[in-house]
Design a protein around this ligand. Structure first.
Ligand code: NAD
Ligand code: IPM
Ligand code: MN
Length: 361
């Protein structure tokens, strides 16, 4: 059996962190005969530089032919002056949309070894295990019309459209309810139904779908309160489901509960389990090229790939165990460093995980 993985390192720290995740996959591939094959493609700013577009046709073809995609990150100051349609971020949005990866799972898990790396008190975050389910191919990110227009008085006006159809809400609801069913059976739907009609419909559909999952307790929360509750008492949440933009923002907040944004992986899934896997953070231009980025979010993303796309739970468990072993050994990249621990580079962290795999994880 061969399983094709498209590797899209992207920009900034993307190539640095993806190299470590590929190291981990290669180690398991040899050890467990997983049949993984890798092929690389360009996306984002580097693709624009080479082909004049952030999502070249050959990259799209590569991803469509692959069973799974591993992505680093896109974007950076170099490409900020570009017009919107060819910005690196458009490449990422394009691939999510083209592959219909509507269900974005962003688990925020605090590794106990990092309780003191969080900016919050250890007792607030210890034992945290939260899943954010973010709708990824709709909402204000994709709604039409959008743009900047000039009004009759000569003033410019920018506009975007928040739009969700019932079927888009229904399918992300089913994703979230079935995940909640396999966890602690509590789902909190986050919206702004007190102000936005679109999210009033969101709330209605969530409530309607909940009837098919009588064992899951559904609650609703406004997004402003949810952002406050996430830092006040994050352990009240089991699974959260929300729209594209709210999920983007809340998952960065949740990341910090785990000590660093460098710890948060993600899976973006279509209706058939095909997926793209990426850390939730960006290309971190402020630290790119220095070999100091934390590769664990990307390494944990390939664990999600093995679990969700390839149904290789044992291999996925092994990666998570190896990450635990590296943290147990006191190995830390700068973002999760605390006194008395060993500060290592991106590649050394990757090596530590590979060594843990070789030594029994
Ligand atoms: P960012 O996530 O890149 O960085 C925010 C902060 O977190 C920075 O201080 C950075 O150094 C730090 N950080 C991020 N990842 C880290 C890691 N693995 N290890 C250690 N520290 C890490 O967000 P930003 O600065 O707002 O955006 C930079 C660029 O990345 C922009 O062009 C943005 O559009 C893009 N971006 C891309 C993605 C993606 O590709 N999925 C996600 C977010 C932002
Ligand atoms: C993310 C990023 C992207 C998003 C950007 C780069 C398009 O912030 O993956 O969280 O907003 O979805
Ligand atoms: Mn984001």
């Amino acid at each position: 059996m061969t399983r094709k993985i498209a590797i899209l390192p992207g920009d900034g720290i993307g190539p640095e962190i993806v190299a470590e995740a590929v190291k981990v996959l290669e180690c398991l591939n040899t050890d467990m005969d997983l049949g993984l094959e890798f092929e690389s493609g360009l996306i984002g700013g580097c693709a624009y530089d080479e082909h004049g577009t952030p999502l070249p046709q050959q990259t799209l073809d590569l991803c469509k032919a692959a069973d799974a995609v591993l992505l680093g990150a896109v974007g950076g100051p170099k490409w900020e002056p570009l017009e919107h349609a060819v910005r690196p971020e458009r490449g990422l949005l394009g691939i999510r949309s083209e592959l219909e990866l509507f269900s974005n799972l962003r688990p925020a898990i605090l590794y106990p070894q990092l309780a003191d790396a969080s900016t919050l008190k250890a007792e607030v975050v210890s034992g945290l295990n939260l899943m954010i389910v973010r709708e990824l191919t709709g909402g204000i990110y994709f709604g039409q019309p959008r743009g900047v227009r000039t009004l009759a008085n000569g003033e410019k006006q920018g506009y975007n459209t928040l739009v969700y159809s019932e079927s888009e809400i229904r399918r992300i609801a089913h994703s979230a309810f079935s995940i909640a069913q396999k966890r602690n059976k509590r789902l909190c739907s986050v919206d702004k139904a007190n102000v936005l009609e679109c999210t009033e419909l969101w709330r209605e559909v969530m409530t309607e779908v909940s009837k098919e999952y009588p064992d899951v307790e559904l609650s609703h929360m406004y997004v402003d309160n949810a952002s406050m509750q996430l830092v006040r008492a994050p352990k009240q949440f089991d699974v959260m489901v929300t729209s594209n933009m709210f999920g983007d923002i809340l998952s960065d907040t949740a990341a910090m509960l785990t000590g660093s944004i460098g710890m948060l992986p993600s899976a973006s899934l279509d209706a058939n389990g095909k997926g793209m896997y990426e850390p939730i953070h960006g290309s971190a231009p402020d630290i790119a090229g220095r070999g100091v980025a934390n590769p664990l979010a990307t390494i944990l993303s390939v664990a999600m790939m093995l679990r969700y796309t390839f149904a290789e739970a044992t291999a996925a468990d092994r990666i998570e165990k190896a990450v635990n072993a590296a943290l147990d050994a006191g190995i830390r990249t700068a973002d999760i460093y605390s006194e008395g621990k060993q500060k290592v580079s991106t590649a050394e962290m990757g090596d530590a995980v590979v060594n843990a795999l070789k030594n029994g994880a």
